[in-house]
Design a protein around this ligand. Structure first.
Ligand code: EPU
Length: 417
């Protein structure tokens, strides 16, 4: 049973290299089911979610091999088994994104139904409705979705909500469909534009990814390619939160400010100074943080994934901030852990009211999910005494060496067994 131990840290300083985005890498790996051949993915983070996706691909008959640091080679032999077993989907909900590429390539797919998680219910109705519009027929049996189709046919799909996963699943299915598919109200996250760039390299014709209307002309042939994953904007947010809470001055190498305008603006309002240069982002926090109100929204709004970090920052800011969650109903669970550390937070439905305190107080706390766990680590940088974060395996799902990177910036942090 590993634990992360954090003691209060003085100002942070130094450089930290930002890894490739988890939420892009996982989808690019899923897209490797679309065509036979040898793929090379660069800047893939060394995290357990990537290992889970690799296991899923291996279970289907692909080969996944680590080359040098952060590079993986994926070989698709062409005759893979279009099935995602429960053991894999249970570990990682994102496994559902194999559904679109598998059914469009093989005319059938069998994928275990993902359950809910710590954020509350996680429906996939929009994924299924979108694929149905392209001609996929679904049945569900014994906890599995069985998908079947002859060649998919392009169609106009209007999403009820700009869902990231639904946009990706439909996009990956549509690249092999006959004719044109238009996805309206598509999610606009940078990771979607990265997936489209990858698919286009493979020979697909995807236009408008990154905007709310994505147009896909189906093609007959796709080929295996090489691609570099975009930097992880949520990892960047994590280190921005660390320096905001502990104070100091850091460089986030490889970070892209243009992927996180809204966050940089909010952190500016909170009193941080952030600027971008050719190497990435520079951030400085020289005085206490000021409270702000904020609401999560689909991109380019403030990402729900940033929220635990912002709540951690507001916990030690001056004076009161109100946070509204608009994406996941259950995404305030970690607040109870912050309260155990002395934070003054009241939640009411989708809202949290956070009254900043001068200092938190170290306590044993539990990481409930990837971001919540990492946010507790950043909060602990300004907690008197020692904070012990349990269940760090949740953090490992999305972070390559969070402890080592924070240590290199001067944080007093260790991982113990
Ligand atoms: N939704 C539906 N029906 C659907 C799909 C989504 O009602 O068919 C709802 C969801 O319940 C939620 C909202 O739509 O309320 C948005 O969900 P979305 O589909 O956009 O999220 P996702 O694709 O499941 C990805 C990221 C999450 C991130 C969200 C929102 C990956 C692997 N996951 O999830 O990241 O929070 O988008 O930006 O890309 C993380 O990295 O820790 C993480 C949870």
């Amino acid at each position: 049973m590993d634990r992360i131990l954090v003691r209060p840290s003085g100002p942070l300083s130094g450089d930290v290299k930002i890894n490739g985005a988890k939420n892009s890498a996982l989808k690019l790996m899923a897209a490797c089911t679309l065509a036979q051949g040898t793929y090379l993915l660069k800047e893939v983070p060394d995290i357990t979610d990537v290992q889970s996706m690799a296991e899923l691909l291996r279970s289907m008959g692909l080969t996944v091999r680590n080359l040098e640091t952060n590079q993986i080679e994926i070989v698709n032999p062409g005759d893979i088994t279009p099935e995602a077993p429960y053991e894999q989907v249970e570990k990682m909900r994102a496994s559902i994104v194999v559904l679109g590429p598998l059914v469009s390539t093989y005319g059938k797919a069998r994928v275990a139904l993902p359950g809910g998680d710590d954020f509350g219910p996680r429906p996939i109705d929009m994924h299924l409705k979108g694929l149905e519009a392209l001609g996929v027929r679904f049945s569900s049996e014994h906890g599995y979705i069985e998908a079947e189709a002859e060649r998919l046919t392009g169609s106009r799909v209007v999403l009820d909500f700009p869902s990231v996963g639904a946009t990706e699943n439909i996009m990956m299915a549509a690249v092999r469909a006959r004719g044109e598919t238009i996805i309206e109200n598509a999610a606009r996250e940078p990771e979607i534009a990265d997936l489209a760039a990858f698919l286009n390299r493979m020979g697909a014709k995807v236009l408008g990814a990154g905007s709310s209307t994505v147009t896909i002309q189906g093609v007959d042939n796709l080929v295996a390619v090489e691609h570099t994953v975009i930097p992880d904007r949520i990892e960047v947010a994590t280190y921005l939160s660390a320096v905001g809470i502990a104070g100091g001055e850091i460089n986030l190498l490889g970070a892209r400010a243009d992927h996180m305008d809204m966050l940089c603006q909010k952190l500016g309002e909170m009193g941080m100074r952030i600027s971008s240069d050719s190497t990435g982002l520079w951030a400085m926090a020289s005085k206490g943080l000021q409270s702000v109100d904020l609401a999560t929204l689909p991109y380019p709004g403030l990402a729900t994934d940033y929220k635990p970090f912002l709540v951690a920052m507001l916990s030690v800011a001056d004076v009161v901030g109100i946070v509204t969650e608009n994406l996941f109903s259950g995404r305030f669970r970690y607040v109870d852990e912050l309260i155990r550390m002395g934070a003054e937070i009241r939640t009411e439905g989708h809202h949290a009211v956070i009254r900043g305190v001068p200092k938190l107080s170290g306590a044993p706390v539990r990481a409930h999910d990837i971001r919540a766990g990492a946010a507790l680590v950043t909060a602990a940088l300004k907690a008197e005494g020692e904070t012990e974060i349990r269940d760090p395996h949740h953090i490992d799902r999305g972070y390559e060496d969070l402890v080592g990177k924070l240590k290199s910036l001067g944080a007093d942090i260790d991982r113990v067994n």
